[in-house]
Design a protein around this ligand. Structure first.
Ligand SMILES: [Zn+2]
Length: 249
């Protein structure tokens, strides 16, 4: 994990320039006081197949802090630009234009440390799995690979859920059929310094309820966009930490 201000010491010069330009761009979006803060509640109600369900908080942030040797007192809040939020129509990278499809999850990238400085996750960030489950698919996405995990017992009142951890490098043993336990490290965030995309390394996280029509082999990104296959849920409801949302793009 590094500070936004510290830049990259690897790669060629033009790549470094792009990275610095990009980081300045994100930093420009972060004037103090131009954010809204949410502490969250113990659970969130949402509508799933016309039924109101309650999603319980996970221990995701606590596990991520532990897995990456951070101090919980030095992790004040997650920080999201509007484009990083669930169902956002906007990009938060590149030309800041429109997405092809409303955002299928949330992007974990930025956080404030204990002194209020903006920091970000990096390609060495280790990713814990939020619930017990079984790996159902690993597929390539445009920044790395995505891991699809099916959770049968995540919440008995909700039924089976799937979670998708995208733009990662899965650990070698993470293959379809492998059983994972809450807190197991399944991947690190993909190293995108060689990517042409002008974007910061981040974890894309999708949460949803699969329909019986969903097949996992192969699973492709567009499956998340088909409500007949996956009913998407707002993952912010299950995040166990305060978060801030920037009011500017
Ligand atoms: Zn995303």
């Amino acid at each position: 994990m590094i500070n936004l201000e510290s830049g990259s010491s690897n790669g060629n010069q033009s790549r470094d320039r792009n990275q610095r330009h990009l980081e300045r761009g994100v930093a420009d979006l972060l004037p103090d006081g131009n954010v809204a803060q949410y502490a969250g509640t113990a659970m969130i109600r949402c509508v799933l197949h016309d039924k109101i369900v309650s999603l319980k908080k996970t221990r995701f942030t606590k596990m991520l802090i532990e897995a990456n040797g951070l101090d919980p007192d030095d992790f004040q809040s997650w920080l999201f630009s509007p484009g990083m939020r669930f169902h956002s129509p906007d990009k938060w990278w590149g030309d800041l234009g429109r997405r092809d499809f409303p955002h299928e999850g949330i992007d974990f990238c930025l956080f404030r440390d204990g002194s209020g400085r903006v920091r970000r996750l990096d390609h060495d960030t280790r990713i814990p799995v939020m619930h017990d489950g079984v790996v159902r698919s690993v597929f390539a996405d445009y920044l790395g690979q995505a891991v699809v995990i099916q959770h049968k017992q995540a919440q008995p009142d909700v039924g089976t859920l799937i979670s998708i951890y995208a733009h990662t490098i899965p650990l070698d043993h993470i293959k379809p059929g492998v059983i994972v336990k809450q807190g197991d490290i399944i991947a690190t965030i993909a190293d995108i310094r060689r990517s042409k995309a002008k974007i910061l390394p981040h974890l894309h996280y999708t949460l949803g309820q699969p329909s019986s029509y969903l097949s996992y082999e192969p699973f492709v990104w567009n499956d998340m966009r088909d409500p007949d296959l996956v009913a998407l849920l707002n993952p912010l409801g299950v995040i166990d930490w305060p978060y801030q949302v920037m009011e500017t793009r």
